[in-house]
Design a protein. Sequence first.
Length: 187
Amino acid sequence: MKVRFIKLSILIKQVKQNKVYAFHTRELCNALLYVTSLKRKEYSMAILSKKAENILLLIWGQAFIAMLGSLFFSEVMGYPPCELCWVQRILMYPLVVIYGVAAYKKDISIALPGLILSGIGMFVSTYHYLVQKLPVLQEAGKACGLVPCNVTYINILGFITIPFLAGTAFIIIFVLHLILIRFNSNS
């Protein structure tokens, strides 16, 4: 390993002096790939604690249940989704794959897009919920598409609607991911 780093430093000096030839580029590429793979392994293949693995599985379970819930409402109950519901589905369904792969490989770095998607999903769900509940925004919901976005298919306890459920799932995923990042950086 020490020999490779020495070769790399010699090659970097030659690059700076513009003395790189065709046979050096192959060695340079191999050395750079080796070094970057070491850094990637140190970052991503850090051994996760059991608690971090459980949090990752909990996030995956939340995304999976949310996906099944949306499919239940559309396929079993027969509620056609509006355009904002489709956007929320587009943001939720990849989370099942992202967090599933991250949990399987025990690699938190794979799950970073999940944090971004769940953050965007929180805002879309909040807006959709407000379109359903605030009279000022209900007029905007009528022009949403074939299925108006202000239609409330379920209204449990006067406030639990489908966008509320999706928003809750996105918030849980987002907060658990932040806890996972903080927990992983501390250990």
